[in-house]
Ligand binder design. Structure first.
Ligand SMILES: CC(C)(COP(=O)(O)OP(=O)(O)OC[C@H]1O[C@@H](n2cnc3c(N)ncnc32)[C@H](O)[C@@H]1OP(=O)(O)O)[C@@H](O)C(=O)NCCC(=O)NCCS
Length: 391
């Protein structure tokens, strides 16, 4: 510890593993029990039985909605699916810069949208204005994701419909068709399961950015950047790449063994908090089986083989399939192309980010930790070759 201002010398473990950095009433993950909840309610039960709008209401308003509240909230949020003026014209140019489904495009677009909405540092506006921007950014994220995808794939954009539920409208804007019940059911389970999950990397990022007083456009742009990484939200498409690379059932054991022995991380396995089966993966596995997707059998074989090999080659690490492993199978069966897996994650996780930001700004204190400096001793002699001119 080199700082001379810290009250007590303390060095947090790498990756803040096991460190609580805030108090929250939004969600929690019990890693040994394989359980997580949204404001105390079993999140898997909510995902089994409810709609995105129920969980969104719980996150934003603090309680599950009554039937009337659900209808009102559904209508209220559906009406927010209109892009701010000036954004639609910019999307073709943004879409041209990256491949379809790129989170770089989505983060550029949401940044522009936040700007066009006039998002100000939350310190310079009322909490009501901040809450209403949080709802609007959440409502337009799927619109941006879908329109960017259609533009990048040379298709006409499909305008959102206010008469469709969040999940139906999402699939509709991507495929151009109102989804059948089976597809809607599948994508809605995924969306609901992934709304929030304790202090995951992108949620922590959103709170760190909000803690400086920054505007919500900045918060969501930064959180999307965090989500895009392969150790976080960028994994599901890579799970499919892995399944493709394995190719046949006979190749599963040698391929996976070789990968682990060479120090590769198997995509869709392992979790910082879960030391048992990830409950999100369990429900997605069930949904995948109901969909009779062609990939299910191969995925099941790969999961079983990978878990056995990880136990053999990485003993004591307790590595199991995480949420990303069956996510792709479910989303593909619902009609989504693999490029849209991570943008779909963004469309649900933004609900959690926004709830966290609204919690953060109540009683905010800026996140400003220390780093242990272990470079050359300071102050240091300047080298002779360094001949600075006049400042
Ligand atoms: C999720 C993840 C980032 C958690 O990372 P973490 O808590 O920092 O865990 P570590 O990277 O320290 O891993 C601990 C040990 O387990 C091993 N391990 C962790 N996940 C692994 C995986 N998916 N495949 C193979 N080995 C893995 C590590 O190699 C390490 O072994 P070591 O002790 O011999 O060095 C990590 O498991 C991972 O990269 N998984 C693959 C990507 C993924 O599926 N991401 C989506 C997360 S929901």
């Amino acid at each position: 510890m080199t700082s001379d201002v810290a009250a007590a010398p303390y060095e947090a473990p790498a990756g803040l593993d096991g460190v609580s950095v805030a108090r929250t009433q939004i969600s929690d993950v019990l890693g040994r029990k394989g359980f997580y909840h949204y404001r105390g309610y079993n999140a898997v039960d909510i995902a089994r039985r409810g709609r995105v709008e129920d969980a969104w209401h719980l996150m934003l308003r603090g309680e599950l909605p009554t039937a009337e509240q659900r209808d009102a909230f559904t209508a209220e949020t559906a009406a927010l699916r209109v892009l701010p003026d000036g954004v639609a014209e910019l999307l073709p140019a943004i879409a041209r810069l990256s491949p379809a489904g790129s989170l770089a495009s989505l983060r550029s677009a949401i940044s522009v949208a936040g700007q066009a909405m006039g998002c100000k540092p939350w310190t310079d506006q009322t909490d009501e204005e901040t809450a209403s921007q949080a709802a609007r950014l959440t409502a337009i994220m799927p619109v941006l994701a879908a329109q960017l995808f259609r533009l990048a794939t040379g298709q006409e954009v499909v305008q959102p419909r206010a008469d469709l539920r969040y999940s139906e409208n999402y699939l509709y804007m991507i495929t151009g068709e109102v989804p059948d019940e089976r597809a809607r059911y599948a994508v809605e389970r995924y969306l609901m399961l992934t709304i929030d999950h304790g202090f995951n990397n992108s949620t922590f990022t959103s709170r760190v950015i909000a803690s400086s007083g920054a505007d919500l456009g900045a918060v969501v742009t930064g959180a999307l950047g965090a989500l895009s990484g392969p150790f976080h939200g960028g994994a599901p498409a890579r799970v499919f790449d892995m399944l493709d690379a394995i190719g046949s059932r006979d190749n599963a054991e040698p391929w996976l063994r070789h990968a682990i022995e060479h120090g590769d991380k198997l995509m869709g396995f392992g979790h910082r908090i879960y030391k048992t089966i990830d409950p999100r993966s369990q429900l997605l596995h069930e949904v995948a089986r109901e969909l009779h997707s062609e990939r299910v059998e191969m995925s099941e074989l790969v999961e079983k083989t990978a878990v056995e090999l990880l136990a053999e080659l990485k003993p004591g690490r307790e590595l199991y399939a995480n949420v990303e492993f069956y996510a792709g199978v479910v989303l593909e069966a619902a009609g989504l192309p693999r490029e849209m897996f991570t943008p779909t994650f963004a469309c649900s996780r933004i609900i959690g980010w926004m709830a966290n930001v609204l919690e953060q700004i109540k009683g905010n204190r800026i996140f400003r930790p220390l780093a242990h400096y272990d470079g050359p001793e300071a102050p240091r002699e300047f080298p002779e070759f360094w001949q600075p001119g006049q400042p």
